[in-house]
Design a protein around this ligand. Structure first.
Ligand code: CTP
Length: 402
């Protein structure tokens, strides 16, 4: 888990979204982080320190002068303890105070004293958020290196609709991970990742697809972005997955030929391609212009072969590193080795998609890495996020040797 044993100070200010801080603290702990909360006096009107203490598992700091035995000079101790400092929700008031150098309570004092990265999630009425004074304060703080999450748009507690909602806790956690776990392993490198399944139309309302969820490819795109790469995610059909933070771009495609066109257009200037997509090998030879009506007992669809995207990349490979996948149900290593050679790959991730805990659906996978020198790395069952980061580490090592 990316946030395992990371120390997060969560600052909570007095807005109606303060109740969401409970969910943020809870999700952080589920991901292995240690959480300590600082609340402003106004925040305690919206959610109690007792709630935050129980959820975070730590005493909650509110007053500068209260008697909390854990810390010596408490604001300094908390400021030093933090690996990351998050303020969610952040009112216009706290943003103004930080930007103005005002330190008159526990939260504003501690944030001034910290050297940890600071992430601020503003949440307020639209007019307040768009007020040029608030916007100026945000820009000023951004220039000093404070990071902001843009508020979501939607229905606001004040009865209006517009920008100003606190983003969902999961999105805030993604940003925290992004801040804490970024590395430079692939800095300056351009990476293409394909994910999900392709759809081959039969008629205007039907298609042939597959069970790919896109999870493996999305996890790889995220891991590559966390490693500092400029990532282009080419996504087929997925289980409605959210775009990971930090990508340069996401391009959604339908058919195998659509995917090929996009991948080919980015190929020449890229350094690494990871083809996790489950690509349809065949398509309907003549998709019907109108909906096919039901008539005979059987229906025969003539199929024609799709281009093999990865094979094409392997044939015109120059400086690029190519990583392919092999989804097999039998003879995994034998078929995998044959694909590695045939497609001129630098690494192949082979998996038995019929095995329990592996394959298209679910959040885990069981993979074996194959390399052109014949070496094989057999892995245990693990989460797709963990496997993704191993794939990125191996691919980065191959790139470094080129
Ligand atoms: N692939 C591709 N274009 C295709 C088919 C596959 O780029 N038309 C890529 C996949 O993204 C994967 C690798 O090639 O990285 C292997 O895909 P897989 O479906 O396991 O194998 P195939 O080459 O299609 O062979 P087969 O279906 O006969 O096992």
């Amino acid at each position: 888990m990316l946030l395992e044993n990371k120390n997060v100070v969560l600052g909570i200010t007095g807005g109606i979204a303060a109740f969401k801080a409970a969910e943020i603290a809870s999700q952080l702990r589920k991901r292995g982080a240690h959480v300590k909360c600082i609340m402003t006096q106004h925040a305690t009107e919206f959610i109690t320190p007792l709630t935050m203490r129980e959820i975070s598992g730590n005493p909650v700091a509110v007053s500068m002068f209260g008697d909390i035995p854990e810390f010596n000079v408490e604001h300094i101790a908390l400021a030093q303890w933090a690996d990351v400092f998050v303020i969610a929700p952040a009112t216009a008031n706290i943003i103004g105070k930080i930007a103005g150098g005002i330190a008159d309570d526990m939260l504003s004092t501690t944030v001034m004293a910290t050297k940890a990265p600071v992430l601020i999630a503003p949440a307020m009425n639209t007019n307040m958020y768009l007020n040029p004074i608030v916007q100026d304060n945000i820009h000023k703080l951004e220039q000093y290196g404070y990071e902001f999450i843009t508020p979501a748009s939607g229905h606001l507690a004040c009865g209006t609709t517009g920008i100003g909602r606190l983003p969902e806790p999961a999105e805030i956690i993604d940003h925290i991970e992004w801040i804490v776990c970024r590395t430079n392993l692939l800095k300056g490198k351009k990476v293409i990742v394909t994910a999900g399944g392709t759809r081959e139309p039969i008629d205007p309302v039907r298609f042939i697809g597959n069970h790919s969820s896109g999870r493996m490819g999305f996890a790889i795109a995220k891991a590559a972005a966390f490693a500092g790469a400029e990532v282009t995610l080419v996504a087929g059909t997925t289980d409605n997955l959210k775009t990971p933070v930090g990508l340069a771009r996401r391009i959604d495609v339908g058919s195998t030929r659509d995917m090929k066109e996009v991948v080919d257009s980015y190929y020449d200037t890229c350094d690494l391609v990871i083809k996790a997509a489950a690509v349809a090998d065949y398509r309907s030879a003549h998709p019907a212009e109108n909906k096919i009506k039901k008539s005979d007992e059987t229906l025969t669809l003539p199929m024609t072969k799709n281009p093999d995207i990865l094979l094409g990349l392997g044939q015109r490979k120059k400086h690029q590193v190519l990583v392919g996948f092999a989804a097999e149900t039998t003879h995994v290593l034998e078929y995998g080795a044959a694909k590695l050679k045939k497609k001129n790959l630098d690494m192949l991730v082979a998996n038995d998609v019929s095995a329990e805990g592996a394959g298209f659906k679910g959040t885990t996978n069981i993979a074996t890495f194959l390399f052109p020198d014949g070496s094989v790395e057999k892995l245990e069952k693990m989460g797709k996020d963990e496997l993704a980061s191993l794939i990125i580490q191996r691919a980065a090592a191959i790139l470094a040797k080129k």
